[in-house]
Design a protein around this ligand. Structure first.
Ligand SMILES: [Zn+2]
Length: 90
C-alpha cells in the first residue's frame, strides 16, 4: 500500500474524452478500488481515491478536491494499460 500524490492539471493538457469527478464530501474518497495505492490531493493531501490499481489511474481520471477545489490528475503520464483498456481502431 502506497500513498501517491496526484498532480495539478495544467492548462491545455486535459483530454477531451475524460471527465472530472467532483468530490462532494471531503471525508470520503471519490473512487474506491481493489488495488494497492491511495491517491491524495497534491495541494492539501486530502484522500481522493483509495485502493486503486495504477491502470485505473490514467490521465483521463481527474478529481476535483472537495477540500481545496484543486483539479488533480494521475501523476502517471503516458501509462498504457496492458489489457482491458480502450484500444484505438487503426
Ligand atoms: Zn485538496
Amino acid at each position: 500500500m502506497a500513498t501517491i500524490a496526484m498532480r495539478q492539471v495544467r492548462e491545455g493538457e486535459v483530454p477531451r474524452d475524460g471527465g472530472t469527478a467532483i468530490q462532494d464530501d471531503p471525508d470520503r474518497p471519490v473512487f474506491r478500488g481493489n488495488g494497492p495505492d491511495d491517491y491524495v490531493c497534491v495541494s492539501c493531501g486530502n484522500l481522493l481515491a483509495t485502493a486503486m490499481n495504477p491502470e485505473q489511474m490514467t490521465r483521463k481520471v481527474r478529481v476535483r478536491c472537495g477540500r481545496c477545489s484543486t483539479v488533480n490528475v494521475s501523476a502517471i503520464d503516458g501509462y498504457v494499460a496492458p489489457s482491458g483498456g480502450p484500444k484505438r481502431q487503426d
